[in-house]
Design a protein around this ligand. Structure first.
Ligand code: PLP
Length: 459
């Protein structure tokens, strides 16, 4: 088998355990700004920042140099014995960005580890308070929190959970608010005006059924991301959830792995809803995808409890927690978020991107819905005007993305399943440094891919 990695075409065996062993993937040699370049010279507009991670685009020398400099100074110290200036600087920047009393920052190597850490910390918090039986985590269907056993148990991604059913922790799940396909057949405006929320009531019922003395945390993505396709919650949902968590002394963990760091037009998406969680987890955008970095920002009340009622030790940790080189990438990324006024760019282009996508909705009847905020949008594809999903074996979202890649753009396809609903969607989430002209190019490439899909559906 020929491996195309720019080695002069030497015939070699394939040593890579690919994510899908039946596939071959284009080899990318470099990137610049919003574009990635294949070794065959092909250019791709990165319409989803990889996995909604490369927020600052590709090939930014400032981040690369900061990492190289740190590697040369001290590539690794063990945080059980030593710390580094970059660790303190980055923690301070993130702690200051976070809402209210969330100040202390714990670093991991990505989003799954971040959520794993938050799950364990919520347990330790209650153990230190003398309530060891408070340990059940409630998550939501249609949510994704990572692939480690704890985070997978908290998540509600049926397809990813199913093969590991025997391994999963006995966590519980409620419906995510997806008003377009409300599992309770409610109208969003009804829930808002009557303050009568079926999905919040479901959460309360479950807490009471398990027993509030057993429940440690409720974990939720602020926008249901990869499973539902960038679905924002109804405006007051998180306020209602916060009140419930307070009533039953349950920690609220908000998973900002996909939405953090300006993606939705706020530093953290939860800011749109005026709610202060107990733990925010993050990943992806914190380093703009330049290094494997994630973590959690923790409320002072949890830190105080560990110090006052415990021995101040969080019984957890990774060799690479706070790795100096990955943290240096995060620090350089934070500088760029600030100096390049990334938040301003996101807010400035939100309307333009939405308008472009909405025009596509008007043009193609199978584009059923456009939703999102900032530079984080989902396109839902349906087989008729009532939102009837396409049969899963048609692989509509995957096919659309394959066509887009052929044409020179890449998006993030998905197909979530819950309450009998299975829908195809595409996440549109370009690097936050994108320009207006590049947004137009993105829309035009997506238009061409949709046109091809429209033609193939006629056949
Ligand atoms: N949480 C959310 C909301 C995510 O979207 C993801 C990844 O897509 C994760 C957690 C897991 O992060 P990672 O893949 O870095 O472990």
């Amino acid at each position: 088998m020929k491996l195309g990695w720019g080695d002069g075409g030497v015939q070699v065996k394939d040593y890579v355990f690919h994510r899908d062993l039946t596939k071959t993937y284009p080899i990318i040699t470099h990137g610049k700004g919003v574009y990635l370049y294949g070794e065959d010279g092909k250019r791709y507009l990165d319409g989803c920042s990889g996995a909604v991670a490369a927020n600052l685009g590709h090939g930014d020398k400032r981040i690369a140099e900061a990492m190289a400099l740190q590697a040369e100074k001290a590539a690794f110290v063990h945080t059980m014995r030593f710390e580094t200036p970059v660790l303190h600087k980055l923690a301070e920047k993130i702690g200051k960005l976070a809402p209210g009393s969330l100040n202390r920052v714990y670093f991991t190597c990505g989003g799954s580890e971040a959520n794993e850490s938050a799950i364990k910390l919520s347990r330790q918090y209650f153990r230190n308070r003398g309530e060891p039986e408070k340990q059940v985590v409630i998550g939501r269907w249609l949510s994704y929190h990572g692939n480690t056993i704890g985070s997978l148990s908290a998540g509600g991604d049926i397809k990813r959970r199913q093969p590991y059913n025997g391994y999963l922790l006995p966590f519980q799940h409620v419906s995510a608010p997806h008003c377009l396909h409300c599992p309770f057949n409610r109208e969003e405006s009804d829930c808002e005006t009557k303050k009568d929320w079926s999905c919040v009531a479901e959460l309360e019922r479950l807490i009471l059924e398990i027993g509030p003395s057993q429940v440690s945390a409720f974990i939720a993505e602020p926008f249901t991301g990869s499973q539902a396709g960038a679905v924002p919650p109804p405006k007051s949902y998180f306020r209602e959830v916060r009140a419930l968590c307070d009533r039953y002394d349950v920690l609220l963990i908000i998973d900002e792995v996909m939405t953090g760091f300006c993606r939705t037009g706020a530093h953290f998406a939860i800011e749109h809803y005026g709610v202060e969680p107990d733990i925010i987890t993050f990943g992806k955008g914190v380093s703009g995808g330049y290094s494997a970095l994630g973590g959690m920002i923790v409320h002072d009340k949890i830190i105080d409890t560990l110090l006052q009622y415990g021995d101040g030790k969080f019984v957890h940790g990774y060799t690479y927690s706070g790795h100096p080189v990955t943290v240096a990438a995060g620090l350089a990324a934070m500088d760029i978020y600030e100096s390049e006024h990334i938040l301003r760019n996101v807010k400035g282009l939100e309307g333009h991107l939405f308008e472009g996508l909405d025009n596509l909705r008007k043009k193609y009847p199978f584009v059923y819905d456009i939703r999102g905020k900032g530079l984080f949008f989902g396109i839902e594809l349906a087989s008729n005007q009532d939102g009837q999903p396409f049969p899963p074996d048609l692989r509509i979202a995957e096919r659309l993305n394959e066509k887009a890649m052929e044409l020179g753009a890449v998006f993030y396809p998905g197909n979530g399943t819950v309450n009998g609903y299975a829908g195809d969607h595409l996440i549109i989430a370009p690097p936050l440094i994108i320009s207006e002209r590049e947004v137009d190019e993105l829309i035009s490439l997506l238009d061409d891919a949709l046109k091809d899909l429209a033609d193939s559906l006629k056949e």
